[in-house]
Write a new protein. Sequence first.
Length: 194
Amino acid sequence: MKKLLTALLVAGVLVAAPAAFAAEEKKQSEVKKLSNAEKRAEIDKVAKEALDDVLAKSKNAPELFKTAYGYAVFDNMRVTFIFTGGGGSGVAVSKATGKKTYMKMGTGGVALGIGAQKYQVVMFFESKEVFTNFIEKGWKAESGANAAAGTAGANAGTAFVNGIAVYQITESGLMASADISGTKYSVDKKLNSK
């Protein structure tokens, strides 16, 4: 039985992984052809859609957003092939000034499974200090960091934790308690230049 499971796993790796990697590679190739202004416009569009989605689908998100100093939205792709890796881009926005800071994210680790997952992460920052630290110092989601979403069972626990409220949207919709550990966020110097 163990040999059969191993053979099935290897067969799955040989079939699924190349397709997932090829799709992500094609997307990245198309993005590289865009100018910085076009990339920023695309990030802004995706960010608005994701923010609107969270505000519409989570009962607690509108109140948290109302009191937040700022927010950030990231569009990500995670590929799993025994090891996981992913990356994406996003924007952090000060609600007080409207200033946008374009950022990047990366993730890595070990996981069971094969495939690719596209998702967005939406963060609300409780204070100017937390928001500024996120941009200037970056942020790494530590082990056990979870995104809480607005499904019925998760609404009660959705709140600022250490000054940040995090939501994750997958192709299935808003996720409750999705693991975002191992993810590093930092300023994208290229996208912030003219």
